[in-house]
Design a protein around this ligand. Structure first.
Ligand code: NAG
Ligand code: NAG
Ligand code: NAG
Length: 363
């Protein structure tokens, strides 16, 4: 990230024209007004910034030892004498120290702003070309400090502008992501990022919603403890709530159901999905609906839920099967409904592990 930011800054600096600098310098026999404009960065060399977390407030960014080469035009007026030409300047040991505050806005989007900013320039060398610049050059030492001060004064406002555009980008950022044509994931920050000595923690509420039916899950979200592996740059954890909201959204989006028909049963199977085959299990069936195809609609009764506790992972599922006969005029006649409840627990084999099948409710 820091690397990318550094090259972005280098590219950005080259296309940005710096504000005009003007002033006047006393040359003993009067005062010369000067201005430098069309100032563009020809080259910018910088090492990677030093980024450190500053507990409680934000991120401290120190950039030191930057060298900048700029070119531009100069104009002078001394009484009625006007002159102009080009110049190039090299700035050495440019540095900026700033503290950026991280926060979150009312919609849970991250925000960033500058808390403090200090800038300095070690040295500046300027060469003037064209016009009567050979006359002008000897006075450079007189106003070098003035130009240096004016450039130093512009560093923090420019940084502020840069952070301002980053802030505008963050404010327009979507905290919603499509994960599927029928589902999206919302990940708003629940509070400002928590900056610690050596790390920063983002608390996000991850909720999945069905696109067609974006209902808030009927269970609460909760804070949860997260183990932090010491040797990792980034650690992420998802809560029970987030996984359960996924299952709930799938249910609302109608993704947790499927239709099984006879054509899906392999040809070599001796058992067909029809009333004659099922007559072996339910003798009345072929009497009421002789030799008719059947359909099974399998659906989740409720959203499956997972429970994540330090030592157990439990999954509970309720599914229903609705069986129907396909009448000769293609209408469906309901036959029976089965309800299955399944609970799966890792690390506790004693728990109800086999499906409990309720008796057919009707046929
Ligand atoms: C943000 O997401 C919503 C919903 O998916 C979409 O309608 C909107 O265009 C997105 N906005 C941006 C800036 O991507
Ligand atoms: C029903 O299944 C039996 C085999 O169990 C098969 O002989 C019969 O042709 C099937 N009937 C229909 C309508 O598919
Ligand atoms: C289809 O047939 C069944 C029984 O033969 C009858 O009860 C039902 O009304 C029929 N449906 C249509 C749409 O014709």
């Amino acid at each position: 990230g820091v690397n990318t930011a550094t090259s972005w800054l280098q590219e950005k600096a080259k296309v940005t024209e710096l504000p005009e600098i003007s002033g006047n310098v006393d040359i003993g026999i009067g005062s010369v007004d000067y201005d430098l404009n069309g100032i563009t960065v020809a080259r910018l060399d910088m090492a990677q910034p030093d980024v450190a977390f500053q507990q409680g407030s934000g991120v401290r960014v120190d950039v030191t030892g930057v060298s900048v080469a700029v070119t531009g035009q100069w104009h002078t007026s001394f009484s009625i004498i006007r002159d102009s030409g080009s110049f190039d300047a090299a700035l050495f040991d440019v540095g900026v120290s700033s503290v950026l505050l991280l926060g979150s806005d009312s919609q849970g989007r991250p925000s960033i702003q500058i808390d403090t900013c200090d800038s300095q320039i070690g040295d500046i060398q300027i060469s003037f070309h064209g016009g009567a610049s050979f006359i002008f050059q000897p006075f450079v030492d007189h106003f070098k400090g003035q130009i240096k001060g004016k450039i130093v004064d512009q560093i923090c406002p420019s940084l502020n502008e840069g952070i301002g555009s980053l802030e505008a980008f963050l404010a327009a950022m979507n905290v919603s992501y499509h994960v599927d044509p029928s589902l999206f994931l919302d990940v708003p920050l629940t509070n400002a990022p928590l900056v610690q000595d050596s790390e920063v923690e983002f608390d996000l509420k991850g909720v999945f919603y069905s696109e067609a039916d974006p209902l808030e899950p009927p269970f609460p979200s909760q804070e949860f403890p997260m183990a932090r592996p010491a040797d990792r740059m980034l650690a992420m954890a998802a809560s029970e709530f987030c996984l359960n909201s996924y299952a709930y959204a799938c249910l609302r989006a109608g993704l947790l159901q499927t239709l099984i028909t006879d054509s899906m049963i392999p040809d070599m199977s001796p058992i067909r999905l029809n009333t004659s085959s099922f007559g072996a299990l339910i003798p009345q069936l072929p009497k009421i609906f002789p030799n008719m195809l059947m359909e099974l609609q399998v659906y989740a009764g409720e959203a499956p839920t997972v429970s994540l506790q330090p030592s157990v992972f439990a999954l509970s599922l309720t599914a229903g099967i609705k069986a129907s006969a396909v009448l000769p005029n293609s209408t469906l006649a309901p036959l029976f409904t089965l309800k299955l409840v399944r609970e799966h627990r890792r690390r506790s084999p004693a728990a109800a592990n086999s499906p409990r099948v309720r008796q057919p409710s009707h046929y």
